[in-house]
Design a protein. Structure first.
Length: 697
């Protein structure tokens, strides 16, 4: 408790009734959640397994779990700490029989869901390339607690579409037949369980005496209803979040849940965390100025004791290539000066297509980088294949996993044979594995193919008949007995070895669930590398140096949001999230020309730039011809072609105390210019021209 500021302490000690902690960026919200958990256990004598503490990413959940373990000095294995999806999965493993499923159900990730949707689209002769859009619509419907039956009866509501309804019904039927749930089902089915079975709901209301919900602003409708159901009896809930960081509307998150918290939970106490431990005051002042213009928000004004810090830089360049080269040049200079490591630098952009030019420039400069949110370890083909083997061994009804591995490695089982198995399964309303066994015993398939199918059945049944000590044993056995390892190169074998090593001592079902719930953003990059990512993927992260690129109309704010006030408010929040990732240096960039969707377009500076306070910023324009546009105050001006520093690199200067030195670098302009000077007897010194009294020799 000695580590907490007065507001954090106030949030910690309030334990009776609903509490809303409005935690600004970098204000120590994770510290509040973890310390409050420990306070409830050690001081208020709550049992650790009577507290439900949830957040949204596995990375955040693991950090939360580790901190709590250190604070309570005890084992918390049985505690309910984790992502909302993982804790719902834990409940459903015990209770899902009440909904007509078996407890060994499989959990499908986004890739599995898309594969199943593509299969259905192909089957009912709808253009297969639509699968991503269909997946997104189904995701939205489930986040809104709209199942296939509700959608069918919605008429013109919820964007009803007859073809989508047909796919949704087939998709959910396939999931049920496979004894599988997708990511969104974990929440939707939990809500359904509690709504249809009041005794089960009361059991978990009694189980959880207190709820701690992190990132409350990210809840979608289904998640919000789940939290309300669980907290309805005790009304002991601590919601921690920041409406200014609500940026996942496209996933169904609704900022109104945190804005309306006091109305939905009468008697709410509000605590505001406004002291920022991350950024300098200049960064906070710029960020506050931007977000304060959103019309519907909970007022907060962040402050820090870290000092004013460097001004926020905005550089307007000729093209996206010049923008990328400018970024690479600054990164290289920061590294060569020894000021920062590569891992200290984050480059953020609004849309993925912006990364191409930046990647090219970094590669050309020989700078190491990593794309955060790219293809992660658990999304690699060989890893997905091995997880599919394990899932089919545990759950023979898992049709998606069977389709994935029936011919992996190649067994000579063609599409025509698989089609016959599919047809038989549909006729008899059975899973593919049971249909496959019938085909092996029946007629209509040539003997040579029957033998191949029979060998596959024997492999899965043999793997299923063994009692394994851990998930590692099952994976190792499947990799060896299937012959899969023999088809892989050395790198992919090493990946499977890594997977098996990570499964040592792990329960099979728990390990499979963890792999299915793991997202790319949960996998941290290793080594000293620059991090490239979208602004959405940057949430929850921080870097000493941050570049926010593409500050142009149509990029940030995105062109699809330009005519909608709510969408512009979300784009403003997205910009705010990006800026508040920065600890020491915040550099903003934009380009006059950019290739977007196969053609080069003329770009205008983002409307958000005029909201930046002039005294906190330094503007630089590096274009081949002067261009008129609005400055920070909204007035028109023409910026010069190039701002020349008073002391350029390589010139000799004299200091009244340290003598003669050589300028190694300079940045800023006018009275704000700073220089890095190498004095032979002193070393490198960073000096402000306003104070240093340097003279040029």
């Amino acid at each position: 408790m000695q580590d907490l500021n007065p507001q954090q302490l106030e949030a910690l000690k309030y334990v009776e009734g609903p509490l809303l902690v409005l935690a600004g960026a970098g204000s120590g919200k994770t510290r509040v959640v973890t310390h409050k958990f420990a306070y409830l256990v050690k001081k208020q004598k709550f049992s650790s397994d009577s507290l439900l503490a949830v957040t949204f990413t596995n990375k955040a959940a693991n950090e939360m779990k580790g901190r709590i373990r250190d604070l309570v000095n005890g084992e918390i294995t049985s505690s309910w700490i984790g992502t909302l999806h993982s804790q719902c999965g834990r409940i459903l493993r015990k209770e899902i029989k009440s909904l007509g499923y078996d407890t060994d159900f499989s959990i499908y990730d986004e890739d599995d869901r898309c594969n199943l949707i593509r299969h259905i689209l192909k089957e009912i002769r709808i253009y297969e390339a639509l699968y991503k859009g269909v997946s997104s619509r189904i995701n939205y419907l489930k986040a809104s607690l709209i199942g296939p039956e509700e959608f069918l009866s919605a008429g013109d509501g919820f964007g009803f579409d007859e073809k989508l309804a047909k796919v949704y019904v087939r998709y959910q039927d396939e999931l049920k037949r496979s004894n599988a749930l997708d990511f969104d089902d974990l929440i939707m089915m939990s809500v359904k369980l509690f709504q249809e079975h009041p005794k089960i709901l009361r059991k978990y209301q009694d189980q959880f005496s207190y709820l701690l919900v992190d990132e409350f602003q990210d809840l979608n409708f289904a998640q919000y209803q789940l939290i309300r159901l669980l907290s309805k009896h005790h009304k002991n809930i601590c919601a921690v979040g920041d409406d200014d960081q609500s940026i996942y509307k496209f996933r169904g998150a609704d900022v109104r849940h945190i804005l309306n918290f006091e109305k939905d939970f009468p008697g709410t106490k509000i605590v505001r965390l406004e002291r920022n431990y991350r950024s300098t005051q200049n960064i906070l002042d710029v960020s506050n100025a931007v977000i304060s213009l959103n019309y519907n928000r909970k007022e907060k004004k962040l402050w820090t004791e870290r000092g004013t810090g460097e001004k926020v830089h905005f550089c307007w360049l000729d093209s996206e290539e010049e923008e990328a080269k400018h970024i690479a040049k600054i990164v290289k200079e920061l590294f060569l000066k020894g000021a920062y490591s590569y891992r200290d630098i984050g480059i953020l952009y609004r849309v993925n297509l912006q990364s191409r030019a930046v990647e090219d420039a970094l590669r050309e400069a020989g700078l190491p980088y990593n794309i955060v949110g790219g293809i992660g370890f658990y999304q690699r083909k060989e890893i997905k294949d091995m997880i599919a083997y394990a899932r089919l061994v545990v759950n023979h009804g898992d049709n998606v996993s069977l389709r994935r591995i029936i011919n992996t490695p190649s067994r000579g089982i063609g599409a025509a044979t698989l089609s016959k198995i599919e047809n038989e399964a549909r006729k008899k309303s059975i899973c593919l594995f049971d249909s496959l066994k019938l085909c092996v015993r029946g007629n209509g398939i040539v003997t040579s193919t029957k033998d191949k199918l029979g060998n596959f059945v024997k492999l899965i049944e043999k793997l299923s008949s063994v009692t394994y000590k851990s998930a590692a044993e099952l994976l190792s056995s499947a990799a060896e007995k299937s012959g899969y390892l023999e088809t892989l190169d050395e790198e992919r074998r090493q990946n499977i070895d890594e997977l098996i090593s990570s499964a040592e001592g792990r329960n099979i079902q728990e390990f499979i669930d963890r792999a299915s719930l793991m997202t790319n953003i949960d996998e941290s990059a290793e080594g000293d590398r620059i991090s490239l990512m979208t602004l959405h993927n940057a949430k929850g992260l921080e870097f000493p140096v941050v570049f926010v690129t593409g500050l142009e109309e149509g990029i940030l704010p995105y062109f699809k949001a330009s005519d909608n006030d709510d969408e512009i408010a979300e784009e403003r929040r997205l910009f705010y999230v990006g800026m508040t990732r920065a600890k020491d240096l915040l550099l903003l960039t934009g380009a006059r020309k950019r290739r977007l969707y196969s053609r080069v377009q003329d770009q205008e500076p983002s409307r958000f730039l005029k909201d930046l306070p002039k005294n906190c910023c330094c503007w630089i324009e590096k274009i081949t011809a002067p261009k008129t546009f609005k400055n920070l105050n909204g007035k028109k001006r023409v910026l010069p072609k190039k701002i020349r520093p008073l002391f350029s690199s390589g010139c000799r200067v004299k200091h009244p105390v340290w003598g003669v030195g050589v300028v190694r670098d300079s940045y800023g302009d006018g009275d704000d210019q700073k220089v890095m000077v190498n004095f032979p007897n002193i070393g490198l010194k960073r000096l402000s021209l306003k104070l240093a009294n340097l003279t040029k020799i």
